[in-house]
Design a protein around this ligand. Structure first.
Ligand code: ADP
Ligand code: MG
Length: 554
């Protein structure tokens, strides 16, 4: 480590600002590799259905228990820039294909670890980078060759793949059931354009409610709001609903500062209150006049307005999340109105039925038979909040996997079989390459074998024996041989239906290789002096910013 001061003709010249830290060459590279390895190591024990969960406690003391790679990384606060870089890559993987995050990070970590061995042997990073790039391209090419097509019109085939992504132990008992719901929801939401399918996951809303068990989870055609009808005098069920969807309050907004109104007589108070009441009444009259029999707003509805709405026989719901308001508008064909004064009949949406129903101990509002039939809600039920949270994460993985299959309906064997086969072919091909690049390609193959190695470890198998057997069977032409972590044996993955979408796997290879290459390319770290107050508080607000809408505003 050197500072920003350089000697020139005996005089020290300040190049970097005072307090800057500079790390160069091998030191920089090693410090980065070390950081990436730590992240990969943390995640590796969570890989696969027998992986371990992590308990994460945030700065506010909130606890998350999860085995989901993306969720673990989201909660983890890291300091090292290279570790941050790896987390960015994982997030990109999650956004792109929604699954394979753990695998991508573990693979990137292993690629770097093995690159370090080559560095130790004196091989220049540029050669390693070139070798890794070639290996990545070849691996993706081979992946396309060995992938097999499935028929996405066949729900059973989709469900079999989706099931594998529901690998979290917490939801394991209900895997078949939840996979079927994910497939049914997707089949409703998917749009066929020509011979292509487009599944927009925005159409699929997930709501969580405590209940007896995950097996009570239901699929509802329409939108379910975690809200009650606002006033007991209102109807609880409206057939042929005409729905006003508002981003406007039905209350007189209180000024932000305390104001003093001087009144000199009881008449003046009365007049003042009457004025308020009249404004609210005029809003309600307007809504009734254009034919609305359901009012759903993002903002509040005060008691006076509730009273008038009830008198008109209008069902009203208040303080609905913004994302739900948007979904409602899309599903019912409503326009989101921000000023009640200007609302027109054509702004109203429609639904065959709007009804408040009891779900467990609480009430929810169901908006069904919408003109846009693609809107669906998965109403997750489970015995505890932590189960529901993990079920939601798993359900998201399953939905993403289904979306991937609609995009590209090809699958590869799971349980490390895919990685073993790619590794085998990379070795055969790499041996023909000249010089030191060959070494990098062979390391790439070795890194891929790390995935079955970890799966074997989580299944309590001896990893050396397992890899030896896998190599033997792959050499004999059994492409589908992998680790069945549930039975703890080397098995034919196609036979036991452990398969992954091709899209997830090619993305894993690409993002892991690109992350490793990016980190290997860095040979200079220049860190500005830390400001006294900076650092931790900033990173907290960054990670907190993404949430927001998951907390309801009630
Ligand atoms: P990721 O975040 O990378 O998706 P997961 O924890 O979901 O990590 O693990 C995915 C890996 O587990 C894949 O390689 C998949 O093939 C494998 N897998 C899933 N089910 C099984 C199973 N029953 N036996 C062996 N491997 C499995
Ligand atoms: Mg997964």
């Amino acid at each position: 480590m050197s500072s920003g001061t350089q000697q020139r003709g005996g005089l020290p010249v300040m190049v970097l600002k005072e307090g800057s830290q500079r790390t160069t060459g091998a030191d920089a590279r090693r410090s980065n590799i070390m950081a990436a390895k730590v992240i990969a190591e943390i995640l590796s024990t969570s890989l696969g259905p027998r992986g371990m969960d992590k308990m994460l406690i945030d700065a506010f003391g909130d606890v998350t228990i999860t085995g989901d790679g993306a969720a673990i990384l989201k909660e983890m606060e890291v300091q090292h820039p290279a570790a941050k870089l790896l987390i960015e890559v994982a997030k990109a993987q999650d956004a792109e294909v929604g699954d394979g995050t753990t695998t991508a990070v573990v693979l990137a970590g292993r690629l770097l670890e093995l690159a370090e061995e080559l560095l130790d042997e004196g091989i220049h990073p540029t050669i390693i980078i070139d070798g890794y790039k070639k290996a990545m391209d070849y691996a993706i090419q081979v992946a396309n060759e060995i992938a097999k097509p499935i028929n996405v019109e066949d729900k059973n085939q989709l469900a079999l793949v989706a099931m594998n992504s529901l690998s979290s132990k917490i939801v394991a008992e209900a895997r078949d059931y939840l996979a079927k719901i994910a497939v049914d929801a997707s089949a409703i939401a998917v749009e066929k354009v020509g011979d292509k399918y487009n599944l927009d996951l925005d159409w699929i809303k997930i709501e969580k409610k405590k209940g007896q068990s995950l097996f009570e989870t239901q699929l509802i055609q329409g939108i379910v709001l975690d809200k009650e009808v606002v006033h007991p005098g209102m109807p609880k069920r409206v057939v042929n609903a005409k729905i006003a969807v508002l981003d406007a309050p039905l209350e007189i907004e209180k000024p932000e500062w305390t104001t003093k109104i001087s009144v000199s007589s009881p008449q003046q108070i009365k007049a003042f209150l009457e004025e308020e009441s009249n404004i609210l009444k005029s809003y309600v009259d307007k809504l009734a006049e254009i034919g609305a029999n359901v009012v759903i707003t993002q903002k509040g509805i005060d008691e006076v307005a509730q009273h008038y709405l009830a008198k008109k026989g209008i069902l009203a719901v208040r303080r609905v999340k913004r994302s739900d308001i948007e979904k409602l508008a899309k599903a019912t064909g409503a326009k989101i109105v921000t000023s009640i004064k200007d609302i027109k009949p054509e702004d109203l949406g429609t639904a065959g039925l709007v009804e408040e129903r009891k779900v467990g101990e609480e009430k929810m509002v169901f908006v069904e038979q919408c003109p846009n039939p693609r809107a669906v809600t998965i109403l997750l039920r489970g015995a505890a909040d932590r189960i529901l949270d993990e079920a939601e994460r798993s359900m998201q993985d399953a939905l993403h996997v289904i979306r991937d299959l609609y995009r590209d309906p090809r699958i590869v064997p799971g349980g490390g079989a895919f990685e073993m086969e790619i590794a085998r072919r990379l070795r055969d091909w790499g041996r023909k390459l000249p010089g030191k690049e060959q070494l990098a390609v062979l390391k790439f193959a070795e890194a891929l074998e790390h995935i079955p190695t970890i799966l074997a470890l989580t299944a309590g198998l001896d990893p050396v024996d397992a890899i030896a057997e896998l190599r033997k069977r792959h050499d004999a032409g059994e492409f589908d041989a992998g680790v069945d972590v549930l039975s703890g044996k080397v098995e034919n993955m196609a036979k036991i239906n452990v398969v992954d979408p091709l899209l997830v796997k090619t993305n894993v290879i690409r993002s892991a290789a690109e992350a490793a290459i990016m980190i290997l390319r860095i040979d200079d770290i220049v860190a500005a002096a830390q400001t006294k107050t900076g650092g931790t508080s900033k990173s907290k607000s960054e990670s907190g910013g993404e949430e927001g809408e998951s907390k309801s505003s009630e």
